[in-house]
Design a protein around this ligand. Structure first.
Ligand code: M6R
Length: 610
């Protein structure tokens, strides 16, 4: 969603800030802004649209050549998409500017208080209220004013603040929204909401915790809480490679990440399977082995693609480990007054580890006494930190807004957790060895599917004029059908519905008309015959069937318009293969329809507001 980059050092801030902002574009935004202090004076510019518009607006303007500054990409929450609502926001008295991710929940009451004090507002945003509040409390020390203001606000924030009257100071703080400080050589600092904006300059960072306030000057930095109590955060290494966040030879991050999936799976499972002994090695769970063995139920909670992976995880936990399991939208779980019995394990699944609903569900589950496990990609993210234990996906940074390699990683990690829990209950070492061998073979099988990308592109292009699609699957591949439909919707803006193949007869079959594309996941498995009957039902009503089928199944080709083959695989792991042609279809459909795949309209990479 929103992105923050701020700089204090000896270099010209502008190129560092703009380059950082471009690296955060993937998160989704609608406007951008920058403020720089040059020769003791503050200069500010904001623009609706791309970072490129902002760059043009300040191009060649010497007043933006200072070495202290901050910038922001905004994804509108309070107030429309206008230049005035874009960040940075400034107070009306001291030249204080603020960039902010999150939501100040009590902004309305604060605004009224500030208006009574004579402040006038230029925007409809909660962030401007925070800037004014800092200004109202300013008595010559920007750090103190920020601390005082943050003691008054409720809600979530990651902020960076500068003040014209203190041209050698940058202040940043966080609560509930990620923020880190990159420590470069020679007293150079970059504050950012995402390591992608820092890694080109330094890998040494401190991750701010909730209620941390950091004051950076040209001589160093110190950290306190909002009551000015000194803290000593630890300096860590950012685990990101520049190569991972650059496109290389690919036209889009989404395609790059689809093609990375074989190595994503290898990274996810690497060192975690002792195939000889039938043992799963998950260091992140080892301290809770006892609790996991006696788990009475598992609730998996997530949003979007992560929820689809969680649904597959549920099937595996029930099928392999025989543990009663449920999945639920985190947004619903939180408000439904859920019953958490003794020995309940809640698994929060999230690529970013920052999804507000998933985080809130996690707090709720912990409050009610559940053991909280995270299945997260971003190391050190809020969900990773708030869970009792967890398993990282290890698939590397995912830049494409449409999640692909994280899905594969989530299913892979959940499979490992299922094997781990199954081994502690009913699964024999031999059975586990068989499953692990299947898992070990997945990367090469994905590679094989990727070789057929040109064929999948051709098939897709036959249907791109169609505005309504169905995605159908059963069992383990019902969630895959949901994921296929979500991918198509997100980036090609085609209406698609995913559902269990059997559900179609209960209503959606009425939608089928001549030529409507229906994508069936029809790989070999327990429900193959049933899926074949569903295919006939669509065909006899004029629908065009595109089947995802098992290599060697030549029979199916006689009953459908198009087939996309995947290698043979055991049922629990079949979604890790079946999803790949669906990801490619969505990608090729979006490209053929002329959409910017990595910047889909209205979408943010990580949804940090409820
Ligand atoms: O970061 P998370 O995995 O928690 O994100 C959850 C969803 O917002 C995310 O999967 C979303 O649905 C993606 N746009 C899917 O491609």
């Amino acid at each position: 969603m929103c992105g923050i980059v701020a700089y204090l050092g000896k270099k010209t801030a502008r190129p560092i800030l703009l380059e950082g902002l471009k690296r955060l574009e993937y998160r989704g935004y609608d406007s951008a802004g920058i403020a720089i202090v040059t020769d003791g004076k503050l200069y500010l510019e904001r623009r609706v649209g791309r970072v490129g518009n902002l760059e043009e607006a300040i191009d060649g303007r010497k007043e933006f050549d200072g070495s202290l500054g901050l910038c922001h990409t905004r994804w509108a929450t309070h107030g429309g998409v206008t230049d005035f609502n874009a960040h940075p926001h400034r107070d009306d008295r001291h030249g204080i500017v603020v960039v902010h991710n999150g939501i100040i929940e009590n902004y309305s009451a604060l605004k009224q208080y500030l208006q009574e004090k004579g402040h006038t507002f230029a925007s409809q945003t909660d962030t401007e209220v925070l800037a004014m509040l800092i200004g109202e409390l300013y008595e010559g020390d920007i750090e103190k004013a920020v601390q005082a203001a943050l003691r008054e606000v409720t809600g979530a924030y990651a902020i960076a603040v500068i003040c014209e009257k203190e041209p050698n100071v940058l202040v940043a703080a966080r609560k509930g929204s990620p923020l880190m400080v990159g420590i470069g050589s020679d007293n150079e600092y970059i504050v950012a909401s995402d390591g992608a904006a820092i890694i080109a300059h330094t890998a040494r960072v401190i991750m701010l915790d909730d209620y941390n306030v950091v004051k950076i000057t040209r001589d160093g930095f110190h950290t306190t809480d909002i009551h000015n109590t000194p803290l000593s955060p630890k300096v860590q290494q950012l685990e990101i490679d520049l190569e991972q966040i650059e496109l290389g030879a690919f036209p889009h991050f989404m395609l790059k990440e689809i093609f990375e999936q074989p190595s994503s799976v290898r990274a996810c499972i690497g060192g975690r399977m002792n195939i000889r002994e039938g043992k799963v090695v998950l260091g992140g769970l080892s301290s809770f082995a006892k609790e996991l063995t006696k788990a009475s139920q598992v609730i998996l909670t997530a949003q979007g693609t992560a929820l689809h992976a969680a649904m597959i995880g549920r099937y595996m936990l029930e099928d392999l480990a025989k543990i009663p399991s449920h999945t639920e939208y985190a947004s619903e779980f939180r408000y439904r007054n859920p019953v958490i019995e003794e020995n309940t394990v809640v698994v929060a699944v999230s690529q970013s580890g920052e999804t507000a609903d998933t985080l809130a569900a996690l707090y709720e589950a912990k409050e009610r006494g559940a053991l909280a496990i995270g299945v997260v990609n971003v190391v050190g993210s809020s969900i990773a930190r708030e869970t009792d234990a967890g398993v990282y996906l290890r698939v590397g940074p995912e830049i494409g807004v449409a999640s692909t390699k994280a899905f594969i990683g989530q299913v892979g990690a959940l499979a490992l957790i299922s094997f781990y829990m199954a081994r502690k209950r009913y699964m024999s070492a031999d059975q586990c060895i068989d499953m692990m061998k299947e898992m070990e073979a997945i990367p090469a099988k994905i590679e094989k599917i990727l070789e057929s990308a040109p064929r999948i592109k051709k098939i897709t292009e036959k249907y791109i004029e169609r505005e309504n699609w169905l995605f159908l699957g059963r069992g383990y591949n019902y969630p895959t059908a949901l994921e296929g439909a979500l991918k198509l919707k997100e980036i090609s803006y085609i209406h698609a519905e995913g559902m269990p193949a059997a559900e179609m007869k209960h209503g959606p079959i009425a939608l089928i008309n001549e030529g409507m594309p229906a994508v069936f996941i029809a790989n070999r498995g327990r429900q193959y015959e049933k899926v074949m009957s569903n295919i006939q039902e669509v065909r006899s009503r004029g629908g065009h069937v595109i089947a995802v089928a098992t290599e060697g199944d030549t029979e199916i080709a006689k009953h459908v318009q198009d087939v996309m083959y995947i290698p043979d695989v055991c049922e629990p792991l079949s979604p890790m293969l079946a999803v790949v042609p669906l990801q490619l279809m969505a990608y090729y459909a979006a490209v053929a329809r002329g959409h910017d795949v990595d910047k889909p309209r209205n979408l943010a990479k990580s949804v940090t507001v409820e």
